[in-house]
Design a protein. Structure first.
Length: 663
């Protein structure tokens, strides 16, 4: 039996190894947590057993997840997506639960008495089956740049309602564990308590939270802000638990309260580490519930419960999406993305098992099928395009029609600018081009934005600039330039690759957040890269100089000089000490200052003699006292010189070692 510290180290070590392995396989970390839990659990290697402490700690993962979901719920957002959320999402959840209850009633006569599934158990299983994985699906949609696509909006809307539906399900399932005579009374009492608590929290809590947050923020203490956030989250969870409801419900309400304040985005960033770590522990404990021996002994049943629910859920969601007006391709993609089980499915199954609504053997078999469906989900989403093209006979026609619309709008254009992305930056660019009588054709993946912009007279079409066919239809062979207005390096590199194949001489201008990927984008063929952070620095500097009396002409020349050098003097920035652990930060370009001691290796030598070039870092400035020296290979170094290096973390470290270490 492990001590508390040993158990904690075991869970942490296993989680790290599992996440690393699944990251290497390009799979969601959540699946790694599940597999780790299965392997170290009491039913496999038996390294860890569930204790009351670990289970309670894992429940906090769900608490913080529900809190994060509450942060995303606001009345304006729900109203904007009401047809998808309360139409398609409601239909999916209700139909799934009803179908499961009907199926449970049909097979009740075929099962032994010990395996009888009552309507309460069918309801709980239906609620679990209705859930899909928000973590897996949203992550994959983000990586595939499909959040704003037609099927992406449908998927997110359904996921939004599923998350919302968890709240009443968490109230109803425990009430169903009561005796049949007391069920109606229990449900009514649970509902009444929920209404009372929600009214108190939402109406009184709203004013209290705003007032209290204002007091805390004025203290200007990050530590106090974090403590206050934990207090409100866990305090609201405690209130609902004391009222006989769930911890998760209180956390959800706390998130909703804070979502209406100006502190929402700060809270999201602060709560994320707690949510992710504790949610990982929750998935490990779920994996520990799985008995592999039971699964192997009932393998045919596990596979049956994997295939049938996934196919049923896919068919149901695709059919409902079609009935709500989606095309066949969009409907199939939506169904494929949501066919798997979800995080809250585990919560509901675990809750039903704790209330003894479902036979433990059925719980084990259902858990196994849910885990397997989540393992399959990333592959289904990744192959959705190929599946749609093979299954949907009219998909080729729909895509051809979309490409024809793009081609018809750009057919008469020559030497025009292709604008990839029609958000705020794309629209500003289009306005300036129009004022200069320069033709442009924009491509965007938000159908509502495209429709509204077209109605306003903008030359924009629905299409993905990262697809070869869209670029050809937009007249890339006749274009004068292409501008990528969104800061997404992965997509930009794909566009640059296609441009290199289709129109190698076409200049491409790329937007980025900073200079982290500047070298990669330039190497991929970008004519210019516009880092927002550096452009912002230039604008701040220009305004500051003008306020201080520097002549306008001199300011303009200084700014132009910086741009002509392609931001060479501005590349990189001095990183904070706590940023070095991040993989992306290790690969990003940074600035680093080195003060040469009198006995340093570089003292009395030139930069060429120190061989700085082979280190991979660049010397951008040398300060000697208050004087800045010209940086040339012949520059002779002296003790006390401040050398400013530019490069990745490894390159800067090597360069510093060459400068300082003695021969």
């Amino acid at each position: 039996m492990f001590s508390s510290l040993e158990l904690t180290l075991l869970l942490l070590g296993s989680a790290v190894l599992g996440v690393v392995a699944f990251r290497m396989l390009q799979l969601p970390p959540m699946l790694g947590y599940l597999v780790v839990g299965i392997l170290i659990g009491p039913h496999a290697f038996g390294l860890a057993v569930q204790s009351e402490e670990s289970t309670t700690l894992a429940e906090f993962g769900v608490v913080f997840l529900m809190f994060s979901i509450g942060l995303e719920f606001s009345l304006p957002k729900l109203m904007a997506m009401r047809r998808i959320v309360f139409g398609l999402g409601l239909a999916q959840v209700v139909t799934t639960i009803m179908a499961t209850m009907v199926f449970g009633a049909m097979i009740a006569t075929l099962l032994p008495a010990s395996f009888q599934v009552g309507w309460q158990a069918s309801f709980a299983l239906g609620g679990a089956l209705a859930m899909s994985s928000t973590a897996i699906v949203s992550k994959m949609l983000t990586e595939r740049l499909e959040l704003e696509s037609a099927h992406g909006r449908k998927i997110i809307g359904i996921l939004l309602f599923q998350d919302l539906a968890v709240v009443p399900l968490l109230i109803m399932i425990p009430a169903m564990g009561k005796s049949p005579h007391d069920l109606l009374q229990s449900l009514a009492w649970a509902g009444a308590k929920a209404v009372i608590v929600l009214v108190l929290l939402l109406f009184l809590g709203q004013k209290l939270v705003r007032f209290w947050f204002a007091i805390v923020v004025k203290r200007r203490s990050q530590e106090l802000f974090m403590l206050n956030l934990l207090l409100i989250t866990l305090g609201a969870a405690w209130i609902t638990e004391r009222a006989g409801l769930s911890l998760a419900l209180g956390a959800f309400v706390a998130g909703m309260l804070i979502s209406e304040t100006q502190y929402k985005h700060q809270v999201e960033e602060d709560i994320k580490p707690f949510r992710d770590v504790l949610l990982g522990l929750f998935f490990i404990t779920i994996g520990m519930l799985l008995d592999l021996h039971v699964v192997l002994d009932n393998l045919w049943l596990v596979l049956l419960l994997l295939v049938v629910p996934v196919l049923f859920k896919f068919a149901l969601i695709a059919l409902l999406a079609r009935l709500f007006g989606s095309s066949t391709g969009v409907s199939i993609r939506t169904g494929l993305a949501l066919a798997q089980a979800g995080e809250f499915g585990f919560v509901l199954i675990n809750l039903a098992g704790g209330m003894q609504l479902v036979n433990p053997l059925i719980i084990q078999v259902v858990l196994a099928s849910m885990v397997l469906s989540m393992l399959v989900a990333p592959f289904l989403i990744a192959k959705s395009d190929q599946i749609v093209l093979k299954v949907a006979a009219n998909e080729w026609m729909m895509q051809s029609l979309a490409l024809t619309k793009i081609a018809s709008r750009s057919m008469a254009s020559s030497k025009h600018v292709i604008v990839a992305g029609f958000g705020r930056n794309g629209q500003s660019l289009a306005t300036l081009l129009s004022e200069e009588k320069i033709d442009y054709h924009a491509l965007d993946l938000d159908p509502e934005r495209v429709q509204e912009a077209q109605a306003a007279g903008a030359n924009v079409s629905y299409g993905d600039a990262a697809r070869r066919e869209s670029l050809i239809a937009a007249g890339i062979s006749r274009a004068g330039a292409l501008v990528i207005t969104y800061a997404e390096t992965k997509s930009a590199l794909k566009v640059l690759h296609l441009v290199h194949e289709l129109a190698p001489t076409l200049p491409v201008i790329v937007r980025s957040y900073d200079d982290t990927d500047l070298a990669r984008l330039k190497q991929a063929g970008a004519a210019e890269v516009v880092p927002e952070a550096l452009e912002g620095s230039l604008m701040l500097a220009s305004h500051a100089m003008m306020i201080l009396g520097v002549p306008l002409q001199r300011v303009a020349q200084r700014m132009q000089s910086a741009r002509d050098q392609r931001y060479a003097s501005l590349r990189g920035y001095f990183h904070a000490g706590n940023e070095d652990g991040d993989e992306d930060e290790q690969l990003s370009v940074r600035l680093h200052s080195v003060v040469l001691p009198d006995d340093a290796n570089g003292v009395g030598k030139t930069l060429e003699q120190v061989d700085m070039a082979s280190s991979g870092a660049e010397v951008t400035r040398i300060r000697r006292g208050r004087t800045s020296l010209d940086v040339t290979p012949e520059t002779l170094l002296q003790g006390g010189d401040v050398i400013v290096l530019l490069g990745t973390a490894d390159a800067v470290e090597q360069a510093e070692a060459r400068l300082i270490s003695s021969c």
